[in-house]
Design a protein around this ligand. Structure first.
Ligand code: A3P
Ligand code: MG
Ligand code: MG
Ligand code: MG
Length: 298
Protein backbone atom coordinates (compact mmCIF):
# COMPACT_ATOMS: atom_id res chain seq x y z
CA UNK A 1 0.00 0.00 0.00
CA UNK A 2 1.36 3.43 -0.94
CA UNK A 3 0.45 6.43 1.21
CA UNK A 4 -1.69 9.10 -0.44
CA UNK A 5 0.06 12.41 -0.05
CA UNK A 6 -1.44 14.70 2.57
CA UNK A 7 -3.35 11.95 4.32
CA UNK A 8 -1.53 11.51 7.61
CA UNK A 9 -3.50 8.62 8.98
CA UNK A 10 -2.90 6.60 5.81
CA UNK A 11 0.80 7.45 5.85
CA UNK A 12 1.10 6.27 9.46
CA UNK A 13 -0.72 3.02 8.61
CA UNK A 14 1.70 2.47 5.73
CA UNK A 15 4.78 3.06 7.85
CA UNK A 16 3.51 0.89 10.72
CA UNK A 17 2.48 -1.91 8.40
CA UNK A 18 6.06 -2.26 7.24
CA UNK A 19 7.06 -3.34 10.76
CA UNK A 20 9.48 -6.24 10.84
CA UNK A 21 11.49 -7.97 13.48
CA UNK A 22 15.20 -7.30 13.63
CA UNK A 23 17.47 -9.08 16.06
CA UNK A 24 18.74 -6.76 18.77
CA UNK A 25 22.20 -7.18 20.26
CA UNK A 26 20.86 -8.93 23.36
CA UNK A 27 19.22 -11.59 21.20
CA UNK A 28 15.67 -10.42 21.86
CA UNK A 29 13.40 -9.58 19.00
CA UNK A 30 13.25 -5.86 18.47
CA UNK A 31 10.76 -4.16 16.16
CA UNK A 32 11.83 -2.01 13.26
CA UNK A 33 9.39 -0.28 10.91
CA UNK A 34 9.64 1.53 7.59
CA UNK A 35 9.33 4.74 9.64
CA UNK A 36 12.52 3.89 11.62
CA UNK A 37 14.42 3.27 8.38
CA UNK A 38 13.11 6.29 6.46
CA UNK A 39 13.64 8.73 9.32
CA UNK A 40 17.17 7.48 9.81
CA UNK A 41 18.02 7.88 6.11
CA UNK A 42 16.69 11.44 6.16
CA UNK A 43 18.59 12.42 9.32
CA UNK A 44 21.89 10.75 8.38
CA UNK A 45 21.87 12.26 4.86
CA UNK A 46 21.11 15.74 6.24
CA UNK A 47 23.76 15.62 8.97
CA UNK A 48 26.54 13.99 6.98
CA UNK A 49 26.13 16.50 4.15
CA UNK A 50 26.67 19.38 6.58
CA UNK A 51 29.20 17.76 8.92
CA UNK A 52 31.30 15.35 6.86
CA UNK A 53 34.05 15.02 9.48
CA UNK A 54 31.75 14.17 12.37
CA UNK A 55 30.99 10.55 13.35
CA UNK A 56 27.28 9.81 13.11
CA UNK A 57 25.92 6.61 14.64
CA UNK A 58 22.30 5.66 14.00
CA UNK A 59 20.27 2.90 15.62
CA UNK A 60 19.36 1.31 12.32
CA UNK A 61 22.98 0.91 11.20
CA UNK A 62 24.92 2.70 8.45
CA UNK A 63 22.79 4.10 5.64
CA UNK A 64 24.38 4.06 2.21
CA UNK A 65 21.43 4.50 -0.13
CA UNK A 66 20.51 7.76 -1.83
CA UNK A 67 17.64 9.80 -0.42
CA UNK A 68 15.41 12.14 -2.43
CA UNK A 69 16.98 15.62 -2.45
CA UNK A 70 13.97 17.20 -0.74
CA UNK A 71 14.59 14.95 2.30
CA UNK A 72 17.91 16.69 2.97
CA UNK A 73 17.49 19.46 5.52
CA UNK A 74 20.26 22.05 5.81
CA UNK A 75 18.58 25.10 7.33
CA UNK A 76 19.17 26.17 10.95
CA UNK A 77 16.98 27.53 13.70
CA UNK A 78 17.69 31.30 13.83
CA UNK A 79 16.71 31.50 17.51
CA UNK A 80 19.30 28.90 18.50
CA UNK A 81 21.96 30.59 16.38
CA UNK A 82 21.46 33.82 18.37
CA UNK A 83 22.60 32.05 21.56
CA UNK A 84 26.10 32.44 22.91
CA UNK A 85 28.06 29.21 22.54
CA UNK A 86 29.43 28.05 25.92
CA UNK A 87 33.20 28.61 26.18
CA UNK A 88 34.03 24.90 26.47
CA UNK A 89 32.39 24.22 23.09
CA UNK A 90 33.99 27.05 21.14
CA UNK A 91 37.16 25.34 19.90
CA UNK A 92 36.32 21.72 19.38
CA UNK A 93 37.58 19.48 16.63
CA UNK A 94 34.91 17.82 14.43
CA UNK A 95 36.81 14.57 14.92
CA UNK A 96 35.92 14.61 18.64
CA UNK A 97 32.22 14.93 17.92
CA UNK A 98 29.83 11.99 17.74
CA UNK A 99 26.14 12.38 16.86
CA UNK A 100 23.94 9.58 18.19
CA UNK A 101 20.69 9.22 16.23
CA UNK A 102 17.59 7.33 17.28
CA UNK A 103 15.29 7.98 14.31
CA UNK A 104 12.24 6.70 16.15
CA UNK A 105 12.30 6.05 19.87
CA UNK A 106 9.31 4.12 21.14
CA UNK A 107 8.85 1.86 18.12
CA UNK A 108 6.86 -0.70 20.08
CA UNK A 109 4.29 1.92 21.11
CA UNK A 110 4.32 3.38 17.60
CA UNK A 111 3.21 0.05 16.13
CA UNK A 112 0.38 -0.03 18.68
CA UNK A 113 -0.85 3.45 17.75
CA UNK A 114 0.41 5.17 20.90
CA UNK A 115 1.88 7.91 18.76
CA UNK A 116 2.48 10.53 21.45
CA UNK A 117 5.08 8.23 23.04
CA UNK A 118 7.28 8.51 19.95
CA UNK A 119 10.27 10.84 19.77
CA UNK A 120 13.18 11.40 17.40
CA UNK A 121 16.47 11.71 19.29
CA UNK A 122 19.60 13.47 18.08
CA UNK A 123 22.35 13.65 20.69
CA UNK A 124 25.70 15.38 20.33
CA UNK A 125 28.72 14.18 22.27
CA UNK A 126 32.11 15.83 22.50
CA UNK A 127 34.79 13.46 23.75
CA UNK A 128 33.07 11.23 26.29
CA UNK A 129 30.26 13.57 27.25
CA UNK A 130 26.73 14.21 26.01
CA UNK A 131 26.68 18.00 25.51
CA UNK A 132 23.66 18.72 23.34
CA UNK A 133 20.39 17.07 22.49
CA UNK A 134 17.22 17.41 20.47
CA UNK A 135 14.07 15.52 21.42
CA UNK A 136 11.49 15.93 18.70
CA UNK A 137 7.97 14.74 19.47
CA UNK A 138 6.30 14.53 16.06
CA UNK A 139 2.85 13.54 17.28
CA UNK A 140 2.52 15.98 20.17
CA UNK A 141 -1.18 17.00 20.24
CA UNK A 142 -2.06 14.37 17.63
CA UNK A 143 -4.66 12.67 19.82
CA UNK A 144 -6.31 15.94 20.84
CA UNK A 145 -6.55 17.03 17.22
CA UNK A 146 -8.04 13.71 16.08
CA UNK A 147 -10.64 14.06 18.82
CA UNK A 148 -11.62 17.43 17.36
CA UNK A 149 -9.87 19.64 19.91
CA UNK A 150 -8.21 22.97 19.17
CA UNK A 151 -4.45 22.64 19.00
CA UNK A 152 -1.89 25.40 18.66
CA UNK A 153 0.97 23.22 17.48
CA UNK A 154 1.23 19.73 16.05
CA UNK A 155 4.53 18.20 17.04
CA UNK A 156 7.19 19.99 19.03
CA UNK A 157 10.94 20.12 19.41
CA UNK A 158 12.70 20.26 22.77
CA UNK A 159 16.43 20.88 22.98
CA UNK A 160 19.20 21.56 25.43
CA UNK A 161 22.89 22.41 25.48
CA UNK A 162 24.80 21.64 28.66
CA UNK A 163 25.93 24.99 30.07
CA UNK A 164 24.09 26.75 27.24
CA UNK A 165 20.34 26.62 27.76
CA UNK A 166 17.17 24.84 26.74
CA UNK A 167 14.26 25.53 24.42
CA UNK A 168 10.90 24.21 23.28
CA UNK A 169 9.60 23.57 26.79
CA UNK A 170 9.42 25.14 30.23
CA UNK A 171 11.64 23.26 32.71
CA UNK A 172 9.44 22.27 35.64
CA UNK A 173 10.23 20.50 38.91
CA UNK A 174 8.14 17.50 39.94
CA UNK A 175 5.71 18.00 42.85
CA UNK A 176 7.00 17.69 46.42
CA UNK A 177 5.64 15.21 48.93
CA UNK A 178 5.31 12.19 46.64
CA UNK A 179 7.50 9.97 44.44
CA UNK A 180 6.45 9.33 40.85
CA UNK A 181 8.60 6.98 38.79
CA UNK A 182 8.50 6.40 35.06
CA UNK A 183 9.68 3.23 33.35
CA UNK A 184 9.32 0.98 30.32
CA UNK A 185 5.89 -0.05 29.12
CA UNK A 186 7.03 -2.85 26.82
CA UNK A 187 10.37 -4.19 28.11
CA UNK A 188 9.66 -5.03 31.74
CA UNK A 189 11.33 -7.93 33.59
CA UNK A 190 11.34 -9.11 37.23
CA UNK A 191 14.58 -7.15 37.79
CA UNK A 192 13.06 -3.97 36.31
CA UNK A 193 10.13 -4.42 38.70
CA UNK A 194 12.37 -5.19 41.72
CA UNK A 195 14.18 -1.88 41.27
CA UNK A 196 10.89 0.02 41.13
CA UNK A 197 9.52 -1.75 44.22
CA UNK A 198 12.65 -0.92 46.24
CA UNK A 199 12.09 2.79 45.62
CA UNK A 200 8.60 2.66 47.18
CA UNK A 201 6.86 4.83 44.62
CA UNK A 202 3.48 6.50 45.05
CA UNK A 203 2.92 6.03 41.33
CA UNK A 204 4.64 4.33 38.39
CA UNK A 205 3.98 5.74 34.92
CA UNK A 206 4.74 3.19 32.19
CA UNK A 207 5.33 4.83 28.84
CA UNK A 208 7.30 4.04 25.70
CA UNK A 209 10.62 5.54 24.68
CA UNK A 210 13.65 6.84 26.58
CA UNK A 211 13.05 10.29 25.08
CA UNK A 212 9.45 10.35 26.26
CA UNK A 213 10.41 9.30 29.78
CA UNK A 214 13.07 12.00 30.11
CA UNK A 215 10.48 14.50 28.84
CA UNK A 216 8.34 13.49 31.81
CA UNK A 217 11.24 14.44 34.12
CA UNK A 218 12.02 17.82 32.57
CA UNK A 219 8.34 18.77 32.55
CA UNK A 220 7.86 17.77 36.19
CA UNK A 221 5.50 14.82 35.62
CA UNK A 222 7.82 12.27 37.23
CA UNK A 223 10.73 12.41 39.68
CA UNK A 224 12.88 9.60 38.28
CA UNK A 225 13.19 7.27 35.29
CA UNK A 226 14.30 3.87 36.51
CA UNK A 227 15.15 1.04 34.10
CA UNK A 228 17.08 -1.90 35.58
CA UNK A 229 17.82 -3.52 32.23
CA UNK A 230 20.63 -3.68 29.68
CA UNK A 231 18.16 -2.89 26.87
CA UNK A 232 18.77 0.84 26.24
CA UNK A 233 21.57 1.93 23.89
CA UNK A 234 23.68 5.07 23.54
CA UNK A 235 21.29 6.54 20.94
CA UNK A 236 18.45 6.20 23.47
CA UNK A 237 20.20 8.19 26.18
CA UNK A 238 22.63 10.69 24.56
CA UNK A 239 20.11 13.37 23.56
CA UNK A 240 17.84 12.92 26.61
CA UNK A 241 20.85 13.02 28.95
CA UNK A 242 22.12 16.30 27.49
CA UNK A 243 18.70 17.95 27.71
CA UNK A 244 18.22 16.62 31.24
CA UNK A 245 21.63 17.87 32.46
CA UNK A 246 20.91 21.26 30.88
CA UNK A 247 17.85 21.51 33.17
CA UNK A 248 19.81 20.48 36.30
CA UNK A 249 18.99 16.75 36.26
CA UNK A 250 21.27 13.72 36.07
CA UNK A 251 21.49 10.40 34.19
CA UNK A 252 23.76 7.51 35.21
CA UNK A 253 23.74 3.75 35.20
CA UNK A 254 22.43 1.95 38.30
CA UNK A 255 25.94 1.91 39.81
CA UNK A 256 26.10 5.71 39.64
CA UNK A 257 28.56 5.81 36.76
CA UNK A 258 28.11 8.15 33.83
CA UNK A 259 27.84 6.74 30.34
CA UNK A 260 30.49 7.66 27.78
CA UNK A 261 29.55 8.55 24.23
CA UNK A 262 32.78 8.50 22.19
CA UNK A 263 32.71 6.68 18.85
CA UNK A 264 34.36 3.43 20.03
CA UNK A 265 32.12 2.82 23.03
CA UNK A 266 29.94 -0.34 22.90
CA UNK A 267 26.35 0.60 22.15
CA UNK A 268 24.40 -1.13 24.97
CA UNK A 269 23.88 0.68 28.27
CA UNK A 270 24.63 -2.45 30.25
CA UNK A 271 24.38 -0.79 33.67
CA UNK A 272 20.73 0.24 33.23
CA UNK A 273 19.35 3.76 33.43
CA UNK A 274 18.67 6.00 36.42
CA UNK A 275 17.66 9.52 35.45
CA UNK A 276 16.43 12.09 37.94
CA UNK A 277 14.89 15.51 37.43
CA UNK A 278 16.24 18.71 38.85
CA UNK A 279 16.04 19.03 42.61
CA UNK A 280 16.06 15.25 43.09
CA UNK A 281 18.68 13.53 45.26
CA UNK A 282 20.12 11.13 42.66
CA UNK A 283 22.32 9.43 45.28
CA UNK A 284 19.28 8.59 47.40
CA UNK A 285 17.84 6.55 44.51
CA UNK A 286 21.20 4.81 43.96
CA UNK A 287 21.51 3.91 47.64
CA UNK A 288 17.98 2.45 47.76
CA UNK A 289 18.58 -0.02 44.93
CA UNK A 290 19.07 -3.61 46.15
CA UNK A 291 22.45 -5.32 45.52
CA UNK A 292 20.68 -8.07 43.59
CA UNK A 293 19.49 -5.47 41.06
CA UNK A 294 22.97 -3.98 40.73
CA UNK A 295 24.49 -7.45 40.31
CA UNK A 296 22.10 -8.18 37.45
CA UNK A 297 23.59 -5.20 35.60
CA UNK A 298 27.29 -5.99 35.41
N1 A3P B 1 15.13 -5.54 26.21
C1 A3P B 1 15.30 -4.69 25.19
N2 A3P B 1 15.67 -5.13 23.97
C2 A3P B 1 15.83 -4.27 22.95
N3 A3P B 1 15.65 -2.92 23.04
C3 A3P B 1 15.28 -2.45 24.23
C4 A3P B 1 15.09 -3.29 25.36
N4 A3P B 1 14.73 -2.52 26.40
C5 A3P B 1 14.71 -1.26 25.94
N5 A3P B 1 15.03 -1.20 24.64
C6 A3P B 1 15.07 -0.03 23.77
O1 A3P B 1 15.22 1.13 24.57
C7 A3P B 1 14.30 2.13 24.15
C8 A3P B 1 13.38 2.47 25.30
O2 A3P B 1 12.66 1.31 25.66
P1 A3P B 1 11.27 1.41 26.41
O3 A3P B 1 10.33 2.15 25.50
O4 A3P B 1 10.86 -0.01 26.67
O5 A3P B 1 11.55 2.18 27.66
C9 A3P B 1 13.54 1.58 22.94
O6 A3P B 1 14.16 2.13 21.80
P2 A3P B 1 13.53 2.05 20.32
O7 A3P B 1 12.07 2.16 20.41
O8 A3P B 1 14.21 3.21 19.67
O9 A3P B 1 14.00 0.75 19.73
C10 A3P B 1 13.74 0.09 23.09
O10 A3P B 1 13.79 -0.63 21.88
MG1 MG C 1 14.62 0.08 17.98
MG1 MG D 1 15.21 4.17 21.24
MG1 MG E 1 14.59 3.69 17.75
Amino acid sequence: MKPRSGDWAVTIDFLQEAASLSNSSNGKNDLQTEADRSAQRCILASLSQQFPEVTIIGEEGPSFCEVPSDWVVTDSDPEVLKMACPAYLQNIDDKDVVIWVDPLDGTSEYTQGLLEHVTVLIGVAVGDRAVGGVIHQPYYNYKRQREGGEVEEMGRTLWGIVGGGVGGFVPTSAPEGCRILTTTRSHSTPVVQAALDALQPDEVIRVGGAGHKVMMLIEGKAHAYVFASKGCKKWDTCAPEAVLIATGGRLTDLHGDSYKYHKDIPHPNTGGVLATGRGQDHDWYLAKLPDAVRQALV
